[in-house]
Design a protein around this ligand. Structure first.
Ligand SMILES: *[C@@H]1O[C@H](CO)[C@@H](O)[C@H](O)[C@H]1NC(C)=O
Ligand SMILES: *[C@@H]1O[C@H](CO)[C@@H](O)[C@H](O)[C@H]1NC(C)=O
Ligand SMILES: *[C@@H]1O[C@H](CO)[C@@H](O)[C@H](O)[C@H]1NC(C)=O
Ligand SMILES: *[C@@H]1O[C@H](CO)[C@@H](O)[C@H](O)[C@H]1NC(C)=O
Ligand SMILES: *[C@@H]1O[C@H](CO)[C@@H](O)[C@H](O)[C@H]1NC(C)=O
Ligand SMILES: *[C@@H]1O[C@H](CO)[C@@H](O)[C@H](O)[C@H]1NC(C)=O
Ligand SMILES: [Ca+2]
Length: 264
């Protein structure tokens, strides 16, 4: 077949279809023409139509459509012989205003000969980029303190509570700024919790308070939150509700309280 213009091809199709439909309209079996017309007009259906109409041109067009479809599929497979990317994993940085990396991966098939088949030798491609940290999942970011907090609802003694936070890569919340005090109060209120361990221990009722992280709150300018009569000789610090207000108390370290961790 010599070169034909797009116009000739379109004209050919329209002409063939119109003769086909007018013929089949006159024929007793009018269903067959409509059956084809309703199908998606792919290469295979053109070939079938060409066979029905005994038309070499339509069969030829159908054949070239089929080849075109195969070629396009193969091209797409060659351009992208890979599965979808996995979702991005969590950013390696777990605080706001810090940066880390996050990555994703996908499986690609090396066999170029038949990449659409997606069998045979495969490789894992990795992709990563810089990301700004946010709190790790289940922690809440407090903009006022630029830190991430989590309330743990299990009841533990002070050393076990401190250990939970250490395992999280953080420490018991130290209320060493007014902002962190406020954040603690709002966590307790919103979770309907009356008492938690916070950072602060001492070896005896007369020893200096020691903090795992940060400063002594009062030395850092935080207004005293001690309940009147407290501290009264115990060695571990809690926040406790009393008459609908929260206060610092010292408590017996082996007692059981919930806890708030702060992640650096
Ligand atoms: C199809 O057309 C060819 C010539 O154009 C003819 O020889 C043949 O008998 C036709 N076949 C049918 C099934 O009509
Ligand atoms: C894919 O290729 C493999 C190996 O070449 C072959 O065994 C398998 O039948 C092919 N699968 C399909 C769906 O073509
Ligand atoms: C991508 O990462 C996976 C898992 O860490 C590793 O097995 C694979 O070799 C890496 N691929 C490349 C191309 O570096
Ligand atoms: C977060 O705090 C900074 C100041 O520390 C402030 O400029 C910013 O507007 C705050 N963002 C939100 C969303 O409150
Ligand atoms: C802490 O909360 C109190 C009471 O809601 C408020 O008056 C105070 O301004 C807050 N302080 C800071 C530093 O956010
Ligand atoms: C704290 O609890 C842990 C775990 O239940 C226990 O092993 C440990 O002895 C307790 N420590 C104190 C000081 O009560
Ligand atoms: Ca006390």
């Amino acid at each position: 077949m010599g070169r034909v213009t797009l116009f000739e091809v379109m004209f050919g199709i329209v002409f063939m279809l119109s003769t086909f439909w007018s013929n089949s309209a006159n024929a007793t079996d009018t269903g067959s023409g409509l059956a084809i017309a309703e199908e998606q007009l792919g290469g295979e259906s053109l070939i079938r139509m060409g066979e029905k109409m005994n038309s070499t041109l339509i069969k030829l067009l159908g054949k070239s459509f089929v080849n075109f479809e195969l070629e396009i599929n193969e091209k797409i497979c060659k351009i992208d012989p890979c599965d979808q990317w996995s979702p991005w994993n969590e950013c390696s940085a777990n605080m706001k205003n810090t940066f880390g990396f996050r990555s994703r991966s996908r499986v690609c098939w090396l066999e170029k000969r038949d990449t659409c088949n997606r069998t045979g030798e495969q490789t894992v491609e990795n992709d990563s980029h810089l990301c700004e940290g946010s709190c790790r999942s289940s922690y809440t970011f407090y903009n006022s303190t630029k830190s991430c907090f989590k309330l743990f609802a299990e009841t533990l003694n002070q050393s076990a509570a401190a250990q939970v936070c250490t395992q999280e890569g953080g420490h018991l919340l130290n209320t060493d700024t007014e902002e962190k005090w406020n954040a603690s109060v709002s966590i307790l209120l919103s979770n309907n919790v009356v008492a938690v361990w916070i950072d602060g221990t001492r070896t005896s009722g007369s020893a200096k308070w020691v903090f795992q992280n940060g400063k002594d709150p009062e030395a850092n300018g935080v207004m005293s939150k001690w309940q009147s009569g407290e501290p009264n000789g115990d060695s571990c610090r809690v926040i406790h509700l009393s008459s609908s207000k929260f206060y610092w108390y010292d408590s017996v370290c082996s007692s059981g309280y919930k806890l708030i961790c702060e992640v650096k």
